[in-house]
Design a protein around this ligand. Structure first.
Ligand SMILES: *Cc1c(COP(=O)(O)O)cnc(C)c1O
Length: 417
């Protein structure tokens, strides 16, 4: 099957009704025949865009090495396709959340450095050796477990020491750092990849936490290096890369920006969109008198309207909170899909498998057989959909459901399982 072959890239000038004034990039054009029979929709992941985002981050990171955060199936984009595309683009280091992700990634990237952020426990520690996974050591117990595992072993994987500098999530707290510094024997016999920490507020460059965490990170490194020897250092996620050279250290760990999400909420997004999601339009209603729409009868048709029923709901990852004009306190325009280049706002509550949109602005001719609604794509960013649902683009991407057909396009990949 070569379904992707129909996913053409068209220049915006040639895209006719699909083009808008804001279009600056050629974009994917998805059509109903791209979706296998019986599937409600399709997610297309643009591997060329992943590679372009990789290059932009490499430029922004200056001297620092760029590693890719590949956890949660590369943020829902498909690790089996996206990780090899990143390797082809030049990526040599990955971070995943759990050891099973590391085992899966090892098959895709045989020579890469793969670090596992949650580190080892007694049950999983052997996997680190078997698959050459680098443990991130987050507390004294993991340090001790890993030290014991390394004893008598030839060339164990390098370990990262994770310092908590303000997330209060994973990582060695200040007392644990002091204790290790005072007992250098507890760090002996282990080769280290380096020291890392994670920024809480990097998406807000003016936030004082950024400088505070950096200071705490430097202090922890200064305390530990007498015991470990010189340590490579890593602090920045996607947003941290754009904080400037003082945050880059030796290695940066972007995830979101690789997958097209905006590193900052208050500026234009420099990244190229990666994920495109389309769903079939399964019914159209011409309504000319007041009636309610959806569960809770939460929206009443205000007059003559054309409504379209789209085959995607919260089971597909379309956020339920995006219905009814968005969550409490939300000040934007509300969630919308795009049909043939026209905006169609979501009305009423999002159901499990379906959502209703006000397609009054869409010519009837564009709503016939084979019509698709763009849920995420050139007109609707994952970040914007997240905002309209009171969440973030990360959550939208990570939750896109299993009912979508998935296709990957570009970077030489000819994949359409
Ligand atoms: C997820 C994660 C990253 C990547 O963060 P983005 O904001 O997606 O760039 C980096 N470091 C750690 C520890 C993470 O958990």
């Amino acid at each position: 099957m070569k379904l992707f072959g129909r996913l053409r890239r068209r220049a915006p000038e040639a895209a006719g009704d699909d083009a808008t004034a804001e279009d600056t990039q050629p974009h994917l054009v998805v059509r109903a025949p791209d979706i296998p029979a019986g599937r409600p929709g399709i997610v297309v992941v643009d591997l060329d865009a992943v590679a372009a985002n990789w290059r932009l981050l490499v430029d922004a990171a200056g001297q620092a090495e760029v590693a890719a955060a590949a956890k949660a199936d590369c943020y829902g984009t498909g690790m089996a396709q996206v990780a090899p595309a990143l390797v082809r683009a030049g990526c040599r280091s990955f971070f995943v959340a759990v050891a099973s992700e590391g085992v899966a990634l090892r098959r895709l990237a045989p020579r890469a450095a793969i670090a596992v952020l949650t580190g080892p426990d007694r049950e999983s520690v052997d996997l680190f050796g078997e698959h050459n996974l680098r443990p991130v050591l987050n507390d004294a117990a993991q340090v001790s477990l890993w030290q014991g595992w390394c004893r008598g072993r030839n060339k164990p994987p390098l370990a990262w020491l994770h310092i908590d500098t303000g997330m209060t999530r994973l990582g060695l707290m200040p007392a644990a750092v002091d204790s290790l510094a005072n007992h250098p024997d507890r760090l002996a016999g282990m080769p280290f990849a380096g020291i890392l920490s994670h920024l809480a507020c990097a998406d807000d460059p003016a936030h004082p936490m950024n400088a505070q965490q950096r200071e705490a990170f430097l202090a922890a490194r200064a305390l530990l290096e007498p015991a470990t020897g010189p340590l490579r250092a890593s602090l920045a996620n996607s947003a941290g890369v754009f904080l400037g050279a003082a945050w880059h250290f030796d290695l940066v760990r972007p995830g979101a920006a690789l997958y097209g999400l905006a590193p900052h909420s208050d500026r234009p997004n420099p990244m190229r969109p990666v994920v495109h999601a389309y769903a079939r339009i399964v019914q159209v209603h011409e309504v000319d008198r007041p009636r309610t729409v959806g569960y809770g009868a939460a929206w009443t048709v205000p007059g003559k309207r054309r409504l379209a029923i789209v085959a995607a709901g919260y089971a597909d990852g379309y956020p339920r909170a995006a219905g009814e004009g968005g969550p409490p306190g939300y000040a934007g325009d509300g969630a919308a899909v795009w049909i043939g280049g026209h905006r169609a706002p979501v009305v009423g509550r999002v159901s499990m498998d379906l959502l209703t949109v006000d397609a009054s602005g869409v010519p009837a001719a564009k709503l016939g057989e084979g019509a698709l609604a763009e849920l995420i794509g050139p007109h609707v960013g994952a970040d914007a959909l997240g905002a309209a649902a009171g969440t973030i683009g990360y959550e939208v991407l990570a939750r896109l459901g299993a009912r979508f057909h998935r296709a990957w396009r570009g970077a030489g990949a000819e994949i359409a399982p």
